[in-house]
Design a protein around this ligand. Structure first.
Ligand code: SF4
Length: 341
């Protein structure tokens, strides 16, 4: 067994070790994250992919320590700059969130306060991170836009290419498009100049043109600020274009971990191969696109052995009896499958 080897890679910013997060519901225990290990190299963008319900968002929320009841982090380590976030106090985590690690949410409409203008919401975050600006925020100054605080708000908005900041700042979330709202969220996430940005399906709620703009912007951020980004997506095309590494998740576990080049050249896990085959390509002949049969298992009743075995075209005897270990196949390419024992 190879286990998780991050040592041969460069400067590791985040190392997740054997992380488990379960939700204790009336129906049973949902093992949303079940013994997950991976690492993120500083200054790189890594894609975390898998179908809906496989545990991607629960992994992100566990890293941020934002799991709410009935969820609980059951065990493992989340080493950020060498320090275990799971051992930090709530006050320390509040400081780390936003300042060191920030998150962009899937649905910008849900993430913003509907009864506050976006400018005021950005200003709140500026105040939290840059106390020197507080004197620009007094009740009778609420409509003034020329204070140091508001100049900073506009500057932050300009940095994410929001047009005409003084006007957009006065809008309420429902008055703006999904693309603009996502930029507002990105602006808020960047105020603390975080080292790690977790982007959870940041383009789900926007149309195709805006998707491209937002993804290009994330790529630019990563390149210019040497920011480490964990990009959660179900879209392997996005991973191919933007990421350096890819983590494939299935039923609460990482089943493949590779650099993007080796992954797309030679995907190893049968699930990864199924995902890649189901992407439409220009050269695909007319006919039905291959799909992975069945659906993601209920995480309360995960199949015994390899959780993918009911859907796997290559399943053989050990797959139903024993959970596969993680094997290294080539430099830094890990796969959790009995075929590589
Ligand atoms: Fe398929 Fe078996 Fe590998 Fe699971 S362990 S992916 S069932 S071959």
């Amino acid at each position: 067994m190879a286990g998780h080897k991050a040592m041969s890679r460069g400067n590791i910013l985040l190392q997740v070790e054997d992380l488990s997060t379960y939700f204790h519901t009336a129906e049973g225990v949902v093992k949303a994250v079940d013994g997950v290990s991976f690492s993120l190299e500083a200054g790189e963008m890594t894609g975390l992919v898998g179908e809906s319900g496989c545990g991607k968002t629960a992994t992100a929320l566990s890293i941020m320590r934002l799991i709410e009841s009935p969820g609980r982090i059951e065990g493992g380590k989340v080493l950020f700059k060498g320090e275990d976030l799971l051992a930090k106090s709530p006050a320390e985590m509040r400081h780390i969130r936003g300042k060191e690690i920030a998150m962009i949410w899937q649905d910008p409409f849900a993430a913003l306060n509907p009864v506050q203008t976006v400018g005021e919401q950005i200003a709140e975050v500026v105040k939290a991170h840059e106390p020197v600006q507080v004197d620009g925020w007094l009740p009778w100054q609420r409509r003034r836009r020329n204070t140091a605080l508001w100049q900073r708000v506009y500057q932050v908005m300009e940095a994410v290419h929001i047009p005409n900041p003084p006007v957009v700042a006065t809008a309420y979330p429902h008055q703006l498009s999904g693309g603009l709202l996502q930029r507002v969220l990105i602006a808020m996430a960047l105020i603390g100049e975080p080292t790690l940005l977790i982007a959870d399906e940041p383009t789900t709620a926007v149309d195709a043109t805006i998707q491209v703009q937002i993804l290009q912007f994330l790529k630019q951020l990563q390149a210019e600020r040497r920011m480490t980004i964990l990009l959660i997506t179900h879209n392997l095309g996005i991973v191919a274009r933007l990421c350096r590494r890819v983590l494939v998740m299935y039923a609460g576990k990482i089943v493949e971990d590779a650099d993007v080049y080796s992954f797309f050249r030679q995907p190893l896990h049968p699930y990864s191969r199924g995902l890649l085959q189901s992407i439409p390509r220009r050269e695909t002949k007319r006919g039905t696109l291959p799909t992975i049969p069945g659906s993601v298992p209920n995480l309360i009743h995960v199949p015994a052995g390899c959780a993918f075995h009911p859907r796997c075209p290559e399943a053989f005897a050990p797959c139903t009896a024993e959970e596969p270990k993680t094997y290294a196949v080539g430099e830094g390419h890990l796969v959790k499958c009995h075929l590589f024992a």
